[in-house]
Design a protein around this ligand. Structure first.
Ligand SMILES: C[S@@+](CC[C@H](N)C(=O)[O-])C[C@H]1O[C@@H](n2cnc3c(N)ncnc32)[C@H](O)[C@@H]1O
Length: 244
């Protein structure tokens, strides 16, 4: 399965990024199993909200926002004098982030990145723990990217016990459909287990404005070998599927 979030088909994510007034996106499972999931994607085009900003409390530079979209979190980090970089596979998202000089790179998290093992803070906001459809592999990749003592902030789904991976399409207000892409949805209970599994330590968890966040820290070099092995497997698997 080679697609990424909202791409292919009628390119609804691209349409949303280009729109003056963006409506919501819905995610629909291609097997038709389960209800549609509505995403408040318009929020991504605005300024960071107070709930977004809570993810930057205790943020240490340099900060990496994975799947940065149009860049509100990278901008907000810079406003707090935290040096930050956004990465995204979408050309449009990277162009929108970079338009005002905000640093962004068109790169998959599973490709080689600058400062591997040197990031002070990594963000996985807006459900981005779903990227690639294998949250354990993604979290292990994040651990590999973090500096010792660095923190990963992940936004969880509101349903605490949720752990779902499926192939979805994204559909916009006008019925424009993307191609299929693998995506996962992770509630905070499963998230706690997964971050521990990849060798991170839980630091904090909080809820604000109906959104749930978890902060985990790379405490020391113990377990580096296994986390790197998981992350290497992730890169190989995802690069192979992206090139199919
Ligand atoms: C759910 S949207 C989140 C939007 C975003 N956080 C924002 O502020 O607009 C997922 C984002 O992740 C990006 N993405 C998908 N796969 C990716 C990958 N392998 N590496 C980096 N970014 C990716 C998508 O292009 C999209 O911008």
């Amino acid at each position: 399965m080679s697609g990424t979030f909202g791409t292919g088909g009628d390119e609804p994510y691209r349409g949303l990024l280009g729109a003056e007034a963006a409506g919501p996106l819905v995610l629909r499972r291609i097997d038709g199993d389960g209800p549609e999931i509505s995403i408040d994607a318009a929020r991504w085009l605005g300024l960071a909200t107070d709930a977004d900003l809570s993810a930057l409390d205790h943020a240490r530079a340099p900060l990496l926002d994975i799947g940065c979209g149009p860049g509100r979190m990278v901008r907000a980090a810079a406003d707090r004098s935290v040096a930050a970089l956004g990465i995204d596979v979408s050309d449009d998202a990277v162009a929108m982030t970079s338009a005002d000089g905000t640093p962004a790179l068109r790169r998959s998290v599973f490709e080689r990145l600058p400062l591997e093992g040197g990031w002070g803070t990594i963000l996985l906001m807006d459900g981005n723990v779903g990227i690639g459809g294998d949250p354990r592999l993604l979290l292990a990749r994040c651990r590999e990217l973090l500096a010792e003592g660095g923190s990963l902030v992940v936004e969880a789904e509101s349903q605490p016990d949720l752990l779902e991976t499926a192939v979805f399409i994204a559909v916009d207000d006008d019925g424009r459909e993307s191609g299929p892409f693998p995506w996962s949805r992770v509630g905070r209970i499963a998230l706690r287990e997964l971050v521990l599994e990849v060798g991170l330590q839980l630091d904090d968890e909080w809820e604000t404005s109906g959104r749930y966040f978890l902060r985990a820290r790379r405490a020391d070099s113990l377990g580096t070998t296994s986390a790197t092995a998981i992350a290497t497997t992730a890169r190989v698997q995802i690069t192979a599927s992206e090139s199919r």
